[in-house]
Structures are given as C-alpha cells and as structure tokens.
Design a protein around this ligand. Structure first.
Ligand code: SAM
Length: 290
C-alpha cells in the first residue's frame, strides 16, 4: 500500500463550482490515491471528522453523512412498503448500504460500483460508514459502470438508489437517458428510482435535465430534498421516479405506521421529514415547468 501523501497543503478547497466554494482545514491526510478512474483523498477535518473527496468534490463526511444516507434509503423504502430487492448504483463508501440493510424485509441488496478502490479505501478509512454492512449475507457486489448493468441485467428490483458522484468523470453516465431507461426497464411493478441530483440552487440545470429525461420513461417524476451541510449552497435535491404517483403521496399517518412497523430509529429521517421533503421551492417548480 503506497504511503499517505503529505504534500496536500494545510487546507483542502472543493472545486465543484468555478466561482464559489467551501474549504476544509486538513488536520491529517489519511490517504490519497489516483485510482484507475478517480482522484481519491481521505483526510481528517476538525469540524466534520473524516472527509472523502473524489476528483475535488466532497463525497461524504463522518459528521453529516447520516442525513444524506437516511434520506436516500428510507424515503423510497418506506414509500414502497414491501420491497424485497434493492439496487444501489455507486455508494462505494458503504453508508447507503448500511442504511438500506436496516430494513429486515429485504432479501437481496446489489451494489454496482465502478471503482473497487473506493470500497477498499472506505472500508479501511471510513469504517463507520459501512459499519459491517459489506458482510451482510443479502449483499452482492458488482464492479461495473452502472449504466452497463441496468442496460444488460435480467434481474428486476423494487428500489434503485443512484448514490453517485456529480455528473463529471465516471458519474456522468448516471445522468443519461440510457441509464434512466435501463433503470425503468429493471424495476418491478410498483418500483421506485431515486438519485442524488445536486444542490438545485447551484445545479438547477442538472435537476431540469434529469426531470426531462426521466419523464420519458416514468409516469411520476419529481424531487424531494434535505439540507446536507457539506453539499453546500442550499437544499440537496433527490430525483424521484416511479410509474405510480401513489407512493410519493402517502399521508403522514401511513408513514408513521410504516416507520413504526419497520422499527427504524434515525438521527435525521422521521415520518414528518419524509412527508415534508417533497415540498419544493417555487423557483425549482417554475424551472421544471418552464
Ligand atoms: N454521497 C455522494 C454524493 O452525493 O456525491 C456519493 C458518494 S459515493 C462515494 C459515489 C460513488 O459513485 C463512488 O464510489 C464512485 O466510484 C461511484 N461512481 C461514479 N460513477 C459511477 C458509475 N458510472 N457507475 C457506478 N458507480 C459510479
């Protein structure tokens, strides 16, 4: 294993946006490696704990990862209500798998991750993200580009979660019509697709483009949201797509009943947050109907 790289300067600056950004003080660099596909760094920051970034963009931090992973896992799974098979695209840090595997009714959880190196490094340097979930007997790992998998697989899933990077580098293929068409193809009846779709105040075009492309293959397309501190600049939008609008419109009482039955206690997610997360800012609604 190559030695940690100490040349990173005392701060780390995110490069996602050209004219606006965030920085982290770097207390300790745990690892830096250019995998075959991405530039990966994991460092320690006094405010957010361990931080993992890919190609200059924050992917996850120990302190706030629970918000994102709880919302991307429990909103579709509670809304579905009887999922047995889940497909995670990306998710190499293991946080999404940890939250998904908390649902006892699931029988199979497949992860399609393009970069095996991310899993290797995150299991070692971010162990609390996966918290042993990679050893869940229901879990199957496929190393491939997510678009290849959803285009070719003969398997069907009840929930698909695209826990991918932003649409730069290898992540760009997960924001294409081919990918969305493939996801529509390998969802069971009543199936739900969700995807991280950026901070809509800063990445509004990405939300508009995803909505337009998803609407070709799904009858019910919208977003839900949560504020994740290190996905800075406003609310994080999660794309939602299904053939049936009912799961997106469940009433609070049904949500309360299902969450209680699932026996899942969270730090961010709860039935009221679930229900309220589908309320979207008017500027986004206007952009989606323009
Ligand atoms: N929570 C983060 C976010 O919202 O930006 C995502 C975290 S996770 C680390 C993103 C994962 O997507 C990485 O492990 C990356 O290797 C993987 N990935 C990127 N492009 C992919 C593709 N085309 N197919 C499958 N996995 C991909």
């Amino acid at each position: 294993m190559p030695q940690p790289n100490k040349t990173l300067k005392e701060t780390w600056n995110e490069t996602l946006h050209a004219h606006f950004g965030q920085y982290f003080s770097v207390e300790n660099i745990l690892y830096r490696e250019k995998t075959d596909l991405q530039d990966l760094v994991i460092f320690e920051n006094a405010a957010f704990g361990r931080v993992m970034a890919l190609d200059g963009v924050v992917q996850t931090t120990e302190r706030d990862e629970f918000i994102y992973h709880e919302m991307m896992a429990h909103v579709p799974l509670i809304a579905h209500g009887r999922a047995k098979k889940v497909l995670i695209i990306g998710g190499g840090d293991g946080g999404m798998l940890r939250e998904v595997s908390r649902h006892p009714g699931l029988e199979h959880i497949t992860m399609v991750e393009i970069d095996a190196g991310v899993i290797t490094f995150c299991r070692r340097y971010l162990p609390r993200h996966s918290a042993g979930a990679f050893d869940d007997p229901r879990f199957k790992l496929v190393i491939d580009d997510g678009v290849n998998f959803v285009t070719a697989t003969q398997e069907k899933f009840d929930v698909i979660i695209s826990d991918c990077t932003d649409p730069i580098g290898p992540g760009s293929s997960l924001f294409t019509s081919n990918f969305y068409q493939g996801c529509a193809r390998c969802l069971n009846e009543g199936g739900i697709f969700v995807a991280q779709n950026g901070v809509c105040f800063l990445q509004q075009d990405e939300a508009v483009n995803s909505h337009r492309k998803l609407s070709r293959y799904f009858n019910d397309v919208s977003f839900y949201q949560a504020a994740v501190p290190t996905y800075y600049g406003g609310i994080m939008t999660f794309a939602w797509a299904s053939q049936d609008p009912a799961p997106r419109r469940l009433d609070p009482e049904t949500l309360r009943h299902r969450v209680a039955a699932a026996g899942i206690e969270c730090r961010y997610y709860n039935p009221a947050i679930h229900h309220g997360s589908f309320a979207l800012p008017q500027y986004l609604l206007n952009a989606l109907t323009a």
